[in-house]
Design a protein around this ligand. Structure first.
Ligand SMILES: CC(C)(COP(=O)(O)OP(=O)(O)OC[C@H]1O[C@@H](n2cnc3c(N)ncnc32)[C@H](O)[C@@H]1OP(=O)(O)O)[C@@H](O)C(=O)NCCC(=O)NCCS
Length: 144
C-alpha cells in the first residue's frame, strides 16, 4: 500500500465517519459525531485528528487529545480491508508523538471489556490495564 499519514480537517468528515462505520465503531450523528461538533473539536489546539491513507483513500483514523492533565487516544479504527498491517500501531505512535509536546503525560484509552483485538493492540503498544477503574459518565442527553 501507498501509506500516508496526515492531520485531518473538517473536509475529511465524511471519510472519517465512513471508516468508523466500516470498522464497527458506534456513531452518534446527533451528538459528538455531528459535523458541527466535530468541526469545533477538530479546530482545538490540544486535539489532533489523525488519518492514515492508502494513496487518497482513508483507511484508518484516531483522535489524540490532551485534556490538561492526561493524554487520550480515542476513536481508533482501521478499515477491515487494511487490518493486520500495523496501521493501528502506527496511529497510536503518531498520537503519542502529538501528545509528547505537552511533556511527560499519562496516555490513556477507553476500551470495551470484550474488545480483545484492541486490548492486545494497546498492550503491545506498552499500555497497561487499570482493572480497578470503571468508566462513569453523566450525559446531558442520551444521544450525545
Ligand atoms: C483494533 C484495531 C484498531 C486494530 O487495527 P489493526 O491496524 O489491524 O492493528 P495492527 O495491525 O496495528 O495490530 C497491532 C497489534 O494489535 C493486536 N491485534 C490487532 N488485531 C488483533 C486481533 N484481531 N486479534 C488479536 N490481536 C490483535 C496484535 O497484538 C497486533 O500485533 P501483531 O500483528 O504482531 O499480532 C481494528 O481491529 C479496529 O478498527 N477494530 C474496530 C474498532 C475498535 O475496536 N477500535 C478500538 C477502540 S478502543
Amino acid at each position: 500500500m501507498d501509506k500516508r499519514f496526515r492531520r485531518l480537517t473538517i473536509d475529511d468528515y465524511n471519510d472519517m465517519l465512513r471508516v468508523w462505520a466500516v470498522a464497527g465503531l458506534p456513531i452518534k450523528p446527533n451528538g459528538r459525531d455531528s459535523r458541527s461538533m466535530i468541526e469545533t473539536e477538530i479546530g482545538r489546539d490540544h486535539c489532533a485528528f489523525l488519518g492514515v491513507f492508502d494513496s487518497d483513500r482513508m483507511v484508518g483514523v484516531t483522535i489524540a487529545q490532551y485534556d490538561g492533565r492526561r493524554g487520550w487516544i480515542c476513536r481508533l479504527a482501521v478499515d477491515p480491508d487494511f487490518r493486520g498491517l500495523g496501521l493501528a500501531q502506527d496511529l497510536i505512535q503518531k498520537g503519542e508523538e502529538f501528545l509528547a509536546q505537552y511533556g511527560e503525560v499519562v496516555v490513556c484509552a477507553l476500551i470495551e471489556e470484550l474488545n480483545m483485538p484492541s486490548m492486545d493492540l494497546f498492550e503491545k503498544a506498552g499500555f497497561r490495564c487499570e482493572n480497578e477503574i470503571k468508566y462513569w459518565t453523566r450525559r446531558p442527553r442520551a444521544d450525545l
